[in-house]
Design a protein around this ligand. Structure first.
Ligand SMILES: *[C@@H]1O[C@H](CO)[C@@H](O)[C@H](O)[C@H]1NC(C)=O
Length: 141
């Protein structure tokens, strides 16, 4: 009977420790000034090299037209959200798990939530985590 319990508990705790990373974003909104640029911070913890991971930035309910889609070591032009065309880039530091994006020429309609999703595929096993960053847009006075 004891043996049975051991077989049950050991694999369970092994699975829990297997989570390769979690996505970390600020809990407070990020502020951007109309017409200027802003960084939407997102990174993974623990610090891992994310160069071979997939990174997807999208607005809620608009996952099919991401504002930025990084896969197979490059930024994919398709699919993409036309509202953000030419205004979004990775800031670099992917090798240190930093998947933040820079958003340029901020518009009023950019205000709102952004989901940062990082996905790892390893020998057919997929793992992903995501978190939401909130952007506030202030006008110039
Ligand atoms: C990611 O890079 C940005 C811009 O260089 C920086 O502000 C931010 O602190 C970095 N995040 C982490 C977790 O290192």
């Amino acid at each position: 009977m004891l043996m049975r319990w051991i077989w049950f508990i050991v694999p369970m705790s092994f699975c829990i420790e297997q989570d390769p990373f979690s996505v970390v974003v600020p809990r407070v909104p990020v502020y951007g000034l109309l017409g200027s640029s802003v960084t939407l911070p997102c990174s993974i913890s623990p610090t891992l090299n994310a160069v071979n991971f997939e990174v997807l930035w999208f607005r809620p309910q608009e996952g099919h037209t991401p504002i930025l889609f990084y896969q197979d070591l490059e930024i994919r032009e398709n699919p993409r959200n036309p509202q953000f065309q030419g205004r979004v880039s990775l800031i670099g530091g992917l090798d240190k798990g930093n998947v933040s994006v820079k958003l340029e020429n901020i518009r009023l309609e950019d205000k709102g939530e952004y989901i940062c999703r990082v996905e790892k595929t390893d020998e057919g096993e997929e793992w992903y985590d995501e978190a939401t960053v909130s952007l506030q847009v202030n006008g110039k006075y």
